[in-house]
Design a protein around this ligand. Sequence first.
Ligand code: OSB
Ligand code: MG
Length: 383
Amino acid sequence: MTPDRSSPTAALEALVLPPVEHADLVTVKLPFVAPFGTSVHVWTDKEAMLMRLESGGVTAWSECVSDPDPFYAYETNETARHIIADFLMPLVEPGITIGELDARFRRVRGHGMAKATIENALLILVAMQRGIALHELLGRPAKKIMSGLSIGLKETQAELLDAVDRAAAKGYHRIKLKVKRGQDIAWVRAVRKRFPDLPLMVDANGDYSLEDADHLRQFDEFNLMMVEQPLSYSDIIEHATLQRGMKTAICLDESIHSLADAAAAISIGACRIINVKQGRVGGLLESMRIAHYAAGLGVGVWSGGMDETGIGRAVNIHLQTAEGFSLPGDTSETANYFDEDIVDPPVVLDAGGFIDIPKGPGIGARVVSARVLTRTIRAERLR
Ligand code: OSB
Ligand code: MG
């Protein structure tokens, strides 16, 4: 089935860009409350490049989801800065539509995180100028957003069990455990034994190869919702081979950069679920296209996270009102990451484990300039 690019996004593609008087890139560094361990790196703080647009007295902020390092994805804050400043921002002109901008951006190959930073900022800006919430601009009604926690690698099984205990008590709708070679089957078995009914999944961030197929099949005994990106960050075809021999659904994260990637993966049976990170796939529009397409084929979709500040997290929250986002995502409480975020109010779970969309125009959450200022490590005016 050839994907239809525009059905869920036609109205958005017709939006006309307002003039942008000023565009700034502001990099902030926020300490994490605890190190976040994965098979590829341990992050101890969030260094996030923010974009600030000013138009007709309205200020809109977006967040680039890249890290300072290329350990999750090839894009870094430095490459995103380069691509945004030297290639993408010059294409942003008043009077063209978002669809035209999208077409201009396609000449730049890849660099979805850089593209998403601008597209999201423009959509947030337009929503704010109209006085409506981002999800309304996306054409989607408000709803309660499902929650999910991603628990990083721990030093001991006791620490892991503790973390799962706290998350289960909070009411998270599902819990994801990071795994890696040598820290996998026994650790998940211990969690499953203590929590027989908890909705659980694992994420390997590409740590295994097809030679580990027999080993990975042991995950089948734990009734997991899915195993995320078990094989290489760039692979699709070997995941299809693995999925044929595995009961547990495979979810692709790193391998999916576009609707075309999603269509290819689904067509060969490389995954039954897709983690859509709006930054990784180039922004909100491509995210909506992927979710619409995948859902139409019965493939589950959820919104991933990149340990974002409250700006990126709010964007992910609004995105999850879109058609196709059927599973809980990596959307958790602010307190899981930061003592003090740069936005207000923080994300919290209600008694049912759900998250309310922050009320107000644009992302809803208010960016607290004073907090941004104290956390700024770099700033550059592009326009
Ligand atoms: O693989 O989903 C991932 C964080 C940073 C980089 C990659 C990943 C993650 C997460 C955490 O799992 C998601 C979050 O809580 O925002
Ligand atoms: Mg992942």
